[in-house]
Design a protein around this ligand. Structure first.
Ligand code: PBG
Length: 328
């Protein structure tokens, strides 16, 4: 005869050993992608005020960083370029001697086995800061596609292992696939930012990458945060056009979308734990309102529990360290 309450779920929570044994979700450093900002110029890395602990790397400062990343067992890096010059069409993004191609080849020479992903988008290179070419005050979808295709080929030539278009133009995955295939890069995968929302959480990144739009906003091409069905259409369109992995971005405010993507499609799902999610944790910790390690690991665990196979996160290095210390 058992006594009330019959169900005692607390039994398995009693000791750290049992909690670890029955934990359903485990983070691995190998599932993290660490974002790197690379700036054209010499000298030391520049701290990014809106993202404490993160920097804009020069090619010189990148070398030591890469050694750290490899030592920590992080799965991959994703590169964002900050060019010396910007113009209306973002042409510096197509330069084979531009900052991203140079950074890619430097990293691949240093550590050939480290997976290098490049962000393919015009916003870091355009003077107006939009993700596409602007014609008569509007972001021109079809005029942007060939430029994205060319950028992807330039990155592949430099040695990028994966290209990741983040522009949200219609048809860009297909255009990039065609451009890569035509240039004999049939083996280079596309990790598409498929469900990318017009989010207020990108603020710190735009300061870091100097890529805030000079006029208007991105709501004419990035998704409305209110929409979920549309995210599934974006994902299936990208897969039809040849995407190899799909992404949901941001992550924390979109965990339902991550779960729907994982349940709805049989492809790898990547979630981008974006700059604002990182800086929010930093700000809380700075004010003594929370413990950085616990906040960050809780967020990353939630993203994985929601269904993400891979997580892009500015906390990758810290989290890798915390996980290896086995201290949760
Ligand atoms: C470029 C791009 C952005 C981010 C990644 N790629 C900025 C944007 O769309 O404004 C944001 C990443 C972050 O906030 O961490 N299109």
């Amino acid at each position: 005869m058992s006594t009330f309450p019959e169900l005692r779920l607390r039994r398995l929570r009693r000791t750290p050993g049992m909690r670890k044994l029955f934990r359903e979700t485990e983070l691995n450093a190998g599932d993290f992608i660490y974002p790197l900002f690379v700036v054209d110029g010499d000298g030391a890395a520049q701290p990014i005020p809106s993202m404490p602990g993160e920097v804009r790397h020069t090619l010189a400062s990148l070398v030591e960083e890469i050694d750290d990343i490899v030592r920590l067992g992080i799965g991959a890096v994703i590169l964002f370029g900050i060019p010396a010059a910007k113009d209306e069409q973002g042409l510096s993004g197509l330069d084979p001697d531009g900052i991203v191609p140079r950074a890619v080849s430097l990293i691949k020479r240093q550590v050939p086995q480290l997976t290098v992903i490049t962000d393919v988008c015009l916003c870091e290179y355009t003077s107006h800061g939009h993700c596409g070419v602007v014609t008569n005050g509007e972001v021109d979808n079809d005029a942007t596609l060939p430029l994205l295709g060319r950028m992807a080929v330039v990155h592949a030539k430099a040695g990028a292992d994966i290209v990741a278009p983040s522009d949200m133009m219609d048809g860009r995955v297909g255009a990039i696939r065609q451009a890569l295939d035509a240039a004999n890069y049939k083996h280079i995968p596309i990790m598409a930012y498929s469900a990318k929302y017009a989010s207020a959480f990108y603020g710190p990144f735009r300061e870091a990458a100097c890529s805030a739009p000079g006029f208007g906003d991105r709501r004419g091409y990035q998704m409305d945060p209110a929409n979920a069905l549309e995210a599934m259409r974006e994902i299936s369109a990208d897969l039809d056009e040849g995407a190899d992995a799909v992404m949901v971005k941001p992550a924390l405010a979109y965990l339902d979308i991550v779960r729907q993507a994982k349940d709805g499609f049989d492809c790898p799902v990547v979630a981008y734990n974006v700059s604002g999610e990182y800086s929010m944790v930093k700000a809380m910790a700075e004010r003594g309102w929370g413990e950085e390690k616990r906040l960050a690991l809780e967020i990353l665990t939630s993203i994985k529990r929601a269904g993400a196979d891979v997580i892009i996160t500015y906390h990758a290095k810290d989290a890798a360290r915390w996980i290896s210390e086995g201290d949760r």
